[in-house]
Each structure stands twice: as C-alpha cells, then as structure tokens.
Design a protein around this ligand. Sequence first.
Ligand SMILES: *Cc1c(COP(=O)(O)O)cnc(C)c1O
Length: 235
Amino acid sequence: MSTATPVRRDEVAANLAAVHERVRLACSAAGRDPAEVRLIAVTKTFPASDVRILVELGISEIGENREREAADKATELADLAVRWHFVGQVQTRKARSVARFAHVVHSVDRLRLVAALDRGAAEAGRSVLALVQVGLDDGAGRGGAACADVPALAEAVAAAAHLELGGVMAVAPLDRDAALAFARLADIAAQLRVDHPRATTVSAGMSADLEAAVNAGATHLRVGSALLGPRPPLG
Ligand SMILES: *Cc1c(COP(=O)(O)O)cnc(C)c1O
C-alpha cells in the first residue's frame, strides 16, 4: 500500500509527463528513438513513498547517491521490482554494502574501488554492472577518473569476476558548456567500445541538461528534481 497522498501522486505524475515530453522532443531534435534512452529517477533525500509512486507510474530504474539512505530504501522497498543505480561517490569501506543492493554502480573512479566492489559482489553472490565515472572538469571536484585513467579502470572492471563493464558516466561541469562536456564523454565512450563492444551505457544528463545529453548520445539520464521537486540542501 502506498502511504502517499493523492496530491503528491498527481504532482509526480505531472512532472514525469513533462520529463517524458522533454526526452521525446530532444530525441526528435537529435533524430534518435526515445526507446534508446532510459530514465533513471534519482530519489535521494526523498522518502520511500515517492519511490513507490514512481514505480506505480511505470518507472523501474531508481538512483540514489548516499550509501546508508540507499541501503535503507532498498530494504524497505524489497517488494518492488526496482533496479537500483548507485550514482554517488563510493567510499571504499562502503563498497561492500553498495555491492549488496546496487544493480548498477555509476561511479567507479579508482582501482581500489574496483577491487572492493568485486569482493563485495562476490560475498553477496551477485554480479554488479559497473560504469567508469569520467571527470570532465579536470579535477574541479565533481568526481570521476581522469580521462587518461579510463582505459585501465575499464580493463580492471572487465577483468573482475563479479563485475560487468557497462560503460561510462559523467556529471557535466558546473562552469562549462554541457554540450561540449557530453561530446567529450561520447568520444571516450566510443573509444571504450573498441575494446569493450558490450560497454554501451553512456550515463549523462540530469534535470538541467538532459537535452544536451540526449543530443550527445546518452543512453541513461539521471533525473531527480525535475521529477520530485527541489531537494532540501544535503546535510
Ligand atoms: C542528484 C544527482 C542527479 C540528479 O540531479 P537533478 O539535478 O536533481 O536531476 C544525477 N546524478 C547524480 C550523480 C546525482 O547525484
């Protein structure tokens, strides 16, 4: 049973319709099929009841960025057929927990984390899809590996017994043109596919820049506030 109010459900439904329309228009402008673009609803800071609403409205991919909150929601919502995406930075000591509930980890940015996630997935008897997070801001703090380190990280993920290399992820730099950043990510993704043809995921685009991401070939959009409203500042 959903504990959400009908008002909240209507609000989220209207937001979801608007996001679907934005994706449809962006695909049409880019000559892409909307079926190639998956929407991940990022629910960090929002209650589990909002995840239930999203699932009732047809969303099955849910993103979170803090380990404790994500683990709690995954436990509370174990009755739902949700694919959990972990999109936040993973501390090495939290990798084990993340590997227990996440189907996809978007933020693999260092070799130590590859090893820790692989161990965690092995212990849990699972296989986790891992994306290499690429830092497009040259170290300005939004996370991700330096572009030059991406091939080695991808190799390590591909070689890990309990991880599968899914592709790449990036967050556009705050101070630069998202279109340029996403074009660079698309180049890196194309290079990666030369050696890893099945690593087709390009996770890019958030509420503010999803059109630019669709235009640059993103396969997965991570959308939070456009679906659920403004977030309280992160504590
Ligand atoms: C919060 C978050 C998002 C969603 O951001 P919005 O601007 O609310 O759409 C996407 N990706 C990551 C990594 C995030 O932490």
